[in-house]
Every structure is written in structure tokens, then in C-alpha cells.
Design a protein around this ligand. Structure first.
Ligand SMILES: *Cc1c(COP(=O)(O)O)cnc(C)c1O
Length: 438
């Protein structure tokens, strides 16, 4: 539920405002304060975010955003007339997504990664079907669990088994369980995502009964587009969705890509008329431009993202902070996960870091016993990389984290250092306006 105190504060502010225009000023002031603090004075290590280029931001407030867009592309497929330019724009977006993911089919109308997951299960399953997905303590996400879209679709959800030691999918047990359960879909959705998953092997397991492999690449989309992570469609996934505002570094929203023509009708009908009406064409325009940025700069950008993640992990360990999965090189993605146990529980550590203008999030880990005391902290390197930081800066950031968590220095003092540091990183790179950082 929403925090009642936050709502009471807002209500009091609105009552004090002298006019409706003054109420609008309150809204704008909150936006500006966030832009100054989160946008300019914090080191943002939230793995689910990325800063957008100037043209993506500008397109988000463009005139097309005022147009109703229900339906499929094409004059005879729309509710409204006057769509010729919008058909062109949406076609450009679809073709750019196909190009970016080397896929036969793509859709751009999903309003979020979560909406894409719901559309995926709507297209691939019937109520009562069984699916297997990754549990939350194994890095899975509620989007693929009973309290998310699969529950709405009336599915039965079973856990994909993992080997406790290595943290990899236990393919032998999975095969055994799957043969007994005959899941319609095995859904591979991870929010804590460090390493590739055995897509090909899983496809072989479900193929005998026509089961589908669905890869929810919410986090990894930018890495996949740039050829720096596994290529799920090419490895046998039937359908891939993702968030366009995580590593993809575009406007927040969702996309979907697939190769099998037999899926085209169920997917299109799940999206329209079932799950979307107007789909925010300003967002579609921004998404199309973000795709061109990845086509041009994705490889250099995502390479640096992964290098920075590994450098940050090494620097933290040099400072005495434990980062998990050292033997496997820490990560193949934009994320690393560090151990908060020596300091306090994840939430306390995250809040102390926030007081030092270092923004992160807590993560449940497989060995956590108390669900209210998560002991992992996830760090992501997308935003700091797009602002032009490289390996050298990771050492400085690790030192600030160690000051706050290990050496218990005053977070306010560390925050002052962070504010100064961030004055050197005001431009967004890996886009047509700025190109590559030096
Ligand atoms: C973030 C995430 C989502 C939801 O995506 P939004 O774009 O935030 O709606 C879905 N699945 C996974 C695995 C995620 O990590």
C-alpha cells in the first residue's frame, strides 16, 4: 500500500497552495528537485535504469504523443483516420527492432516490460496450463510468478530447479520435473541476471510435447541487441520480451520479438485488442531512435558496461567488500551483487548508501532465510557508463561504498564528495549527439 504519511504531506501542500496554478508549480518543483538530485548529484547504480539521449527525451514530449493509436499498423487496421504519418513512424520502429534483434517479427506496443510479460503468457498459454519459471530468491522476478501475470492468466507456476553449489539451472532435475509436469512454457525471466542461461538445452527438454521457451530479457535487452550476451532467439527461445528502459537505454516501455510465423496471430491479438489501446506514439518514436543508437554505439557501449561491472567488483573486493561469483568472473552483464551481511541487512545498507548519494537496491539471495532481511545489494553500471565513466572511476566509486559501509564514515561527508565528482559527468554518450566518450 502507499505510505499514508507521504499522501498526507501532499494533501497538506495542496491545501496550502493559493491556486490551481500553484498546485502545478508543486508538481514541477518535485520534478526539478529529482532532476537535480538523482540526475546530477547521485551516483546511480540502479541496474534497471539508464539515462536517455537528448533526442529520445525530446521525442517523449512530441506532438505525436497526443494522438490516439489503437490498432495494428495500416490504414484499414485503425479506429481513426489521419494515421498515415503514424503508420510510417510505427513501421520504422518495428523494422528497426527487427534489425536490432535480427528477428523476423517485432512488436513495439507494450507499455512496459511487465505488459510484455502479460502479453507473452496471454499468447502462449490457456488458463490452467502449467509453466516453470525462476523463483525470486534465485534471481527471478514477480513478473513471471503467481503474484504477477501468470497468476492473472490462471496458470500453475512451478520452480525451475537450480544446483545449490554453482547456482546454475539443474538440467537433469529440470528434465525430470518437466517430463512429469509437461509445462506449456518454460519462462526464463531474471531480475538478478549475471550469467547466460541454457536456452538450447531447455528448448530440447520441452520440444517433445510442443512446449515453448519464453525468454524475458527485461534487463539484458541492450546487451543482447549489441551481441554481448547470449542470443536467446538464435538459441531456441520461441519468444523474447524485454524492457526498453533498462540496458536498452531507451524510453521506459516494452518490446517483443519472435521468429515463428505461427505465433504472429496469437501475439498480435493478445496485444490488440486484448491488452493495449493507445500505445503512446511519442514513446514509440523515442524507442525507434533508441534502437538506432544501439545499432550505432551498442557494441562499444555495452562492452564498457560489462568491463565497468567487473572493474567495480574487483575494486570493491580490493576495498574489503565481498562480491559474489568471483570464480565465474563476477558477471557477464551490467550487474554485480555484493554481500551486505558484514554490515547490516540489505535495506539498512541501501539506505546508508542513499544518504551518501549512492543509489542501489537490495536483493534476496538463495541462502536468505528471513524474507524481510535480504542480504544482497545489486549494483548496475549502465548509467555511470553512459555518462562516460570507465574502469578508473570504478575504483573511486568502490572506495566511497567502502567508506560508507565498511569504515562507517559519515554518509553526508561522502555525499559532498559524490556531488563534486558528478560535476565531471554531465553528458550522455553513446548517442548521435555526443558519440563516444574520450
Ligand atoms: C524489470 C523486469 C520486468 C518489468 O519491466 P518494466 O519495464 O519495469 O515493466 C519484467 N521482468 C523482469 C525479469 C524484470 O527484471
Amino acid at each position: 500500500m502507499h505510505d499514508a504519511q507521504c499522501l498526507q504531506c501532499a494533501s497538506a501542500l495542496l491545501k496550502q497552495a493559493q491556486s490551481h496554478s500553484a498546485m502545478a508549480d508543486l508538481v514541477r518543483a518535485a520534478v526539478t528537485r529529482n532532476e537535480q538530485w538523482r540526475g546530477q548529484q547521485c551516483i546511480n547504480l540502479v541496474a534497471a535504469e539508464s539515462p536517455t539521449s537528448p533526442s529520445v527525451r525530446a521525442l517523449l514530449s512530441s506532438e505525436v504523443g497526443t494522438r490516439a493509436s489503437g490498432g495494428h499498423i495500416g490504414r484499414d487496421n485503425r479506429f481513426f483516420s489521419g494515421m498515415k504519418n503514424i503508420d510510417e513512424l510505427e513501421s520504422l520502429c518495428v523494422e528497426l527492432l527487427k534489425m536490432t534483434f535480427d528477428a523476423q517479427y517485432a512488436d513495439h506496443r507494450l507499455m512496459g516490460g511487465m505488459a510484455a510479460v502479460l502479453a507473452a503468457y496471454t499468447a502462449l498459454t490457456r488458463p490452467g496450463d502449467s509453466i516453470m519459471t525462476v523463483s525470486v530468491i534465485r534471481g527471478g522476478d514477480t513478473s513471471n510468478r503467481m503474484n504477477g501475470p501468470p497468476g492473472v492468466r490462471g496458470l500453475k507456476v512451478w520452480d525451475i530447479p537450480f544446483t545449490p553449489k554453482t547456482g546454475e539451472v539443474d538440467l537433469d532435475r529440470l528434465s525430470e520435473m518437466a517430463r512429469a509436469l509437461r509445462p506449456q512454457v518454460i519462462g526464463l525471466g531474471m531480475t538478478l541476471t549475471l550469467f547466460a542461461l541454457p536456452v538450447r538445452e531447455i528448448k530440447n527438454i520441452v520440444s517433445p510435447w510442443g512446449g515453448k521457451v519464453y525468454y524475458d530479457a527485461a534487463h539484458q535487452l541492450g546487451l543482447i541487441a549489441s551481441g554481448l550476451f547470449q542470443d536467446p532467439l538464435n538459441e531456441g527461445a520461441d519468444l523474447m520480451t524485454g524492457s526498453s528502459g533498462k540496458t536498452f537505454s531507451g524510453p521506459q516501455g516494452g518490446i517483443m520479438v519472435w521468429n515463428d510465423p505461427e505465433l504472429t496471430v496469437p501475439i498480435n491479438t493478445a496485444i490488440f485488442p486484448t491488452l493495449t489501446g493507445s500505445h503512446q506514439i511519442n514513446r514509440v518514436a523515442a524507442l525507434a531512435v533508441a534502437a538506432t543508437e544501439l545499432l550505432e554505439y551498442g557494441t562499444a557501449y555495452m562492452k564498457q558496461v560489462v568491463r565497468n561491472a567487473r572493474a567495480l567488483a574487483r575494486s570493491l573486493e580490493n576495498q574489503g567488500v565481498t562480491v559474489f561469483y568471483r570464480e565465474q568472473g563476477y558477471t557477464q552483464t551490467h550487474q554485480i551483487v555484493m554481500d551486505s551481511k558484514p554490515f547490516e541487512c540489505g535495506r539498512d545498507a541501501v539506505q546508508r548508501l542513499e544518504a551518501a548519494n549512492i543509489i542501489t537496491n537490495e536483493m534476496p539471495l538463495p541462502w536468505d532465510v528471513d524474507p524481510h532481511r535480504e542480504t544482497g545489494i545489486r549494483l548496475g553500471t549502465v548509467e555511470i557508463t553512459r555518462l562516460g565513466m570507465k574502469e578508473a572511476e570504478m575504483g573511486w566509486i568502490a572506495e566511497q561504498i567502502a567508506k560508507v559501509l565498511l569504515r562507517r564514515e559519515d554518509p553526508m561527508a561522502v555525499a559532498n564528495g559524490v556531488i563534486d565528482f558528478m560535476k565531471g559527468y554531465t553528458k550522455v554518450y553513446y548517442c548521435h549527439e555526443q558519440g563516444l566518450p574520450q
